[in-house]
Ligand binder design. Structure first.
Ligand code: SAM
Ligand code: SF4
Length: 469
């Protein structure tokens, strides 16, 4: 049996008749890295002859690409699996089988426990093993309930099929490229080091080749992704270690690439070269997502973040000196074990001090197996709720003030799709703001100079001044 037929042979006996079209539905939860992984799983499915389904109801193969970062994320997935079991039962009664796969970080963390809680699942596959999907499906056909949640040594990326130009074009002009995976930081609240494993980086060649393929199929903007992307330490063709700043310079040199971003960074790895890249590399967006989590040194120490609030403020100041129009976003956790009112006040102070363009805030959620889950001083749900609301109100004020301050400015907007009404196009500013402007669909894929004329609740309105490319 050739490898390319493995999925076909893995069909449950009640699958579509020979010649009938098979479809795959992949639903992704959580972070941007999961979106990237889901696209790569779609590429595997396409190579095996599956067309994309828009709904689970139409699919013969269903993949839930899961998140485990907070408790609610996991519970949502178990509830979704319950509904899919019913769908699977219905489809079986109608004489057509469905193969159900759980991928992603919940799969990695819970492994066989997922099969115990939901026996309708055929395959559980972690984020480091999904390149093995064809052979796992073959195994599942013989013995449903296969688990692959190890950290295999082989290079997953080298074994993934490249996306076809059609698939790239369908996904739009802005793309993700994972350049680094895993994390060695072990912040005391976080499951990532356990679900994604140790830090590892792709080679410069592999990343640049992937970006060149994307650009050739129409992609203009790439976001370089990693759990800790600024800890990137790939190798160049001579085996020389290369940091993220140099990778950004190599990516910016790929013909057709108009804009680059990177996420998510750790303050501890924000080095001078990277700050200088914000000054020197025109394609690098002046926007930095840099999670700080807390403004209290006591809490940061308990979180094992390895930086103080002052270090964070120092990075912000140095980045602003290098690139005066840079803006920041961040992640915050409220109600970490032992967080006092004074600690929380210190976080609000840091937020006022920086002035964020946007930010994500989360109530601390104990994750099994992490040190913080066992720590004394767990905070009452009502206190977490109150602190979350207060923090969110502050960052929302800052977001709106930032948006308002862009009115009258000229921003580079990469147009990505048709707008909400005819004759309108929609794109993103360097600061990730959604921008709508009147203009023809031929602007899609163009980076244009746009004068911002109004800031609305969740988007900006602009006037195209001149296409810059
Ligand atoms: N690598 C990034 C960093 O260094 O901050 C973040 C990775 S994590 C996938 C995304 C965000 O989820 C974190 O920045 C944090 O704010 C939040 N998060 C992670 N674990 C959490 C937990 N146990 N409870 C609440 N929020 C959490
Ligand atoms: Fe999690 Fe980020 Fe800390 Fe790594 S650096 S443990 S991914 S929060």
């Amino acid at each position: 049996m050739s490898d390319s037929n493995v999925l076909e042979d893995a069909r449950p006996s009640a699958s579509p008749a020979r010649g009938e079209e098979r479809r795959a539905f992949i639903k992704s939860f959580g972070c941007q890295m999961n979106v990237y992984d889901a696209e790569r799983m779609a590429d595997i499915a396409a190579e095996e002859g599956y067309r994309e389904a828009q709904r689970a109801e139409d699919a013969d193969l269903i993949v839930l690409n899961t998140c485990h970062i907070r408790e609610r994320a996991s519970e949502k997935i178990y509830s979704e699996l319950g509904k899919l079991k019913e769908l699977k039962d219905q489809r079986r009664r109608a004489g057509r089988g469905v193969t159900l796969i759980v991928a992603g970080c919940l799969a990695q963390a819970e492994g066989a426990e997922i099969l115990r809680r939901q026996p309708a699942v055929d395959v559980v596959v972690g984020p480091q093993s999904y390149h093995r999907l064809p052979e796992l499906l073959r195994e599942a056909r013989l013995r449903p309930g296969v688990v692959a949640a190890d950290f295999p040594a082989e290079d997953k990326f080298a074994r993934l099929p490249p996306a076809t130009p059609d698939a790239i074009a369908r996904r739009g002009v802005a793309a993700f490229v994972t350049v680094q995976e895993g994390c060695d930081k072990f912040c005391s609240f976080c499951v990532v080091p356990y679900t994604r494993g140790a830090e590892s980086s792709r080679s410069v060649r592999a990343v640049v080749d992937e970006i060149a393929r994307l650009a050739a199929a129409g992609v203009r903007e790439v976001m370089l992704l990693g759990q800790n992307v600024n800890a990137y330490h790939g190798r160049d063709g001579d085996g020389r270690p290369v940091g993220l700043a140099e990778l950004i310079r190599a990516a910016a040199a790929v013909p057709g690439i108009a804009r680059l971003r990177y996420a998510t960074s750790h303050p501890g790895d924000m080095n001078e070269e990277l700050i200088a890249a914000h000054r020197d590399v025109a394609a690098l967006a002046p926007y930095l997502h840099l999670p700080v989590q807390s403004g209290s040194d006591r809490v940061l120490k308990a979180m094992n973040r390895r930086h103080r609030a002052a270090d964070y403020l120092d990075i912000v100041a140095r980045a602003r000196a290098a690139r005066p129009d840079i803006a920041f976003s961040s992640d915050f956790i409220v109600g970490y074990p032992g967080e006092t009112d004074a600690d929380f006040e210190a976080t609000l102070r840091l937020i006022r001090n920086v002035g964020f363009a946007s930010a994500y805030a989360f109530k601390y959620s104990p994750r099994p197996g992490t040190p913080a889950a066992e720590a004394a001083g767990q905070i009452d749900a009502s206190i977490k709720e109150r602190r979350l609301a207060e923090l969110q109100a502050l960052v929302e004020d800052q977001r709106q003030a930032f948006n308002q301050a862009t009115v009258g400015r000229r921003l580079e907007v990469l147009f990505e799709k048709p707008g909400r009404r005819a004759g309108q196009v929609a794109g993103r500013s360097p600061y990730m703001q959604a921008v709508f402007a009147d203009g023809p669909e031929s602007l899609i894929g163009v980076m244009a100079q746009v004068e911002i004329i109004a800031a609305e609740a969740h988007s900006l309105r602009g006037r195209v001044v001149s296409p810059a490319s």
